[in-house]
Each structure stands twice: as structure tokens, then as C-alpha cells.
Design a protein around this ligand. Structure first.
Ligand code: KG4
Ligand code: ZN
Length: 338
């Protein structure tokens, strides 16, 4: 059999990533994060694109080196075409196009949101691949979607956020509490030590399978303002309970929608991805759903859930096998749809 080597490049947000894959197995998976954004409490697009430009060549070199693959062995270059920040996408797109042209090999464009879901098809010992059809839920700092996945490239978004992403709900709540950015991991840690029912936040009322998180953020802000007026030490005296209560509310929102999606579609296989799938509470709630609702749930390895290039590589490999290549005049698309 033929050996297919894919070099994949991801630069849609604030991580510059490259990965080398051989026949569906990851040989290397390199990510350079950008700590510069921490000081600003969020990703600054202009700084992100500059950092990508600085990082892209060293990250690709690292990925090839760790895989022990020479660039002349590569079969194709896959890259994230969108969605994402335009200035960030342009760096990866231009680099991928130039490299494919220079090496005279095919170029493969990848949709970042499809990649978060198809990350479940990376060949990885001890991880089962979900059978079709299944429901994919992508939850991160930039995305909140429920997708009906009929086959690798037949996907339909059946629910998504109408305002903030779920990761933003964690991060913005954390900001109100004076936590560092991103706040999701710390809220998770503190939630384990607190009482999830100490404080009650109402869940938003949103039609069907769509999500809304901006109202929750406002409710938390008003709640904290009111309580700290009465007791200036309210946050520090109750931080773990506040974190537990916020996390409990957010997980409740996600699980309610998954229940509805599963009921409406009759699909009980559920695969999650995105940075928020690292959350201990959501993982536990999904496990509980197996016994409570008859779900089978799939959670990939952590390094394949946050933004990474391994997930771009698997899509590149699947498209390569179908002979689905990009044209040389392909352009980045910040609002690319599934
Ligand atoms: O996928 P990701 O690395 O980047 C994108 O946003 O695309 O996701 C980052 C998001 C941040 O909002 C971060 O706060 C959240 O994932 N996050 C968590 C946890 N770990 C990361 N949220 C809750 N609990 C966690 N353990
Ligand atoms: Zn992402």
C-alpha cells in the first residue's frame, strides 16, 4: 500500500500549529500558543497574525523534525481555510499555498469546524470512532455548535450560539470574578471545591437547539455587583461556590440542548470537541448521560480537542483519499460554513 504523508497547518485563531500524519496516524503535533493575549484578557487579532508570521516556519520545521519526515516525502499540504480571524487565516493559507507550489504537491483546504468533529477519526489506540450518524458538539472559546454528522463530509449544523460561545461564558464570568484569562480551567478547578447549588442563575430561553450565553454573563455581573455592595469581600469568601454554580448552570444549558437534539434526531452517539470539552464537569455529565439517557459518548485526547493541526491533518487525509483537492487560487474565508 501507498504511504500518504500529510503536513497540516492550522492558524485560525491564536495558536500556530503543524502536524504530520502518515495514513491516518499522527507522527507529530506541534502547537505554539501566544501568551501575549493574556495581558489583554482576550485574543487581539492584529497581534495574533503577527505572531503567526513569526511562528509558522519554526513550527512546521519542528513538526517535520519530530515526525522524522523530510519535506520531499510529503504527499500533500492541508491548511485551515476558515472560519477564523482573517489576519490569522491568511498566514497559514499563504504559507500552505507557497509550500505546495514549491514542492509541486496537492493542496487541501480544510474547514476548521469540520475538523473539530473529524478529529474523532484520528487513528489512536484506545479511542473508538463514532459510527454514523452521530451528533457532534463543538464547544470552545470561539464556537458552540451541535452538528448532525451523516458521513465524513455530510454534516448539518442543527444548533449554534446566537451570541457568545460557551468558552466566552467561562472566560467573561472569570473576568467579572477577577480571574486570569482564559478563566475556564480555573473555574473548573474551583468548581470541584464548591457547592454547585449555592447560587442560582436562570438559564436563557432560546428556541430549539440554539444557544445564548450573553444573558448569563450579564446576570452574573449584576449578581456580583449587588452582592459586593452588601459585602465587599463577597467574591473571595464565596469564590469556589460561585465558580461551581456558574459551571453547573453552563453544563445544564449544554446537556439540555443535547437531550433535545438526541430526542429530535433519534441519535444517541455523541462526540464532543473544542477546548471546553476539557471541563471535568461536562465530562462527568456526559458519562452520566450514558446511564441516564442511553447515550454513547466520545471524548478525544485533550491535544486533539483544543485548536491543533492533527485535526486538520485527518481531514486532509480523508480528502486526499477522495482526491478532493483545492484550486491554486483558493482564498481564506473567515466565515466559512460547515
Ligand atoms: O479550543 P480552544 O483552545 O480555542 C478556541 O477557543 O478555539 O478553547 C479555549 C477555550 C477557552 O474559552 C477556555 O477558557 C476554555 O476553552 N477551557 C475550559 C477548560 N479548559 C479550557 N473551559 C472550561 N473548563 C476547562 N477545563
Ligand atoms: Zn477551534
Amino acid at each position: 500500500t501507498q504511504n500518504i504523508y500529510i503536513l497540516a497547518i492550522e492558524s485560525s485563531c491564536d495558536d500556530t500549529a503543524a502536524s504530520v500524519m502518515l495514513n491516518g496516524k499522527i507522527l507529530s503535533n506541534v502547537v505554539a500558543g501566544q501568551s501575549i493575549h493574556e495581558a489583554y484578557g482576550g485574543v487581539v487579532p492584529e497581534l495574533a497574525s503577527r505572531a503567526h508570521q513569526q511562528n509558522i516556519v519554526p513550527v512546521v520545521q519542528q513538526a517535520l523534525k519530530r515526525a522524522n519526515v523530510d519535506k520531499n516525502q510529503l504527499s500533500a499540504i492541508a491548511f485551515t481555510r476558515g472560519p477564523g480571524l482573517m489576519g490569522s487565516l491568511l498566514v497559514g493559507t499563504s504559507f500552505a499555498k507557497s509550500l505546495a507550489y514549491g514542492l509541486d504537491i496537492p493542496l487541501i483546504d480544510v474547514n476548521h469546524m469540520q475538523a473539530h468533529i473529524l478529529a474523532h477519526f484520528i487513528d489512536e489506540e484506545g479511542f473508538n470512532k463514532p459510527p454514523f450518524p452521530f451528533l457532534g458538539m463543538t464547544i470552545s472559546g470561539g464556537h458552540t455548535q451541535i452538528v448532525r454528522v451523516n458521513s465524513h463530509f455530510d454534516m448539518e449544523v442543527i444548533g449554534e450560539t446566537i451570541d457568545d460561545a460557551v468558552g466566552e461564558a467561562f472566560d467573561k464570568s472569570g473576568k467579572i470574578l477577577g480571574l486570569g484569562y482564559p478563566a475556564g480551567p480555573e473555574i473548573d478547578k474551583r468548581a470541584k471545591l464548591g457547592n454547585p447549588k449555592a447560587f442560582k442563575f436562570t438559564k436563557p430561553k432560546v428556541e430549539g437547539l440554539n444557544f445564548s450565553f450573553s444573558g448569563l454573563k450579564t446576570a452574573i455581573l449584576y449578581f456580583i455587583q449587588k452582592e459586593t455592595k452588601a459585602n465587599p469581600n463577597f467574591i473571595e469568601e464565596n469564590l469556589n461556590d460561585i465558580c461551581a454554580s456558574i459551571q453547573y448552570t453552563i453544563i445544564g444549558i449544554l446537556i439540555d440542548k443535547l437531550k433535545l437534539a438526541s430526542k429530535q434526531t433519534g441519535i444517541s452517539h455523541i462526540a464532543i470537541g473544542g477546548g471546553v470539552s476539557a471541563n471535568t464537569g461536562i465530562r462527568q455529565a456526559l458519562k452520566d448521560g450514558e446511564a441516564k439517557f442511553g447515550w454513547t459518548t466520545y471524548v478525544p485526547k485533550f491535544e486533539f480537542t483544543t485548536d491543533n493541526a492533527a485535526m486538520i491533518a485527518i481531514v486532509g487525509y480523508l480528502k486526499y483519499m477522495e482526491g478532493d483537492f483545492a484550486q491554486q487560487n483558493v482564498t481564506a474565508s473567515s466565515r466559512l460554513k460547515i
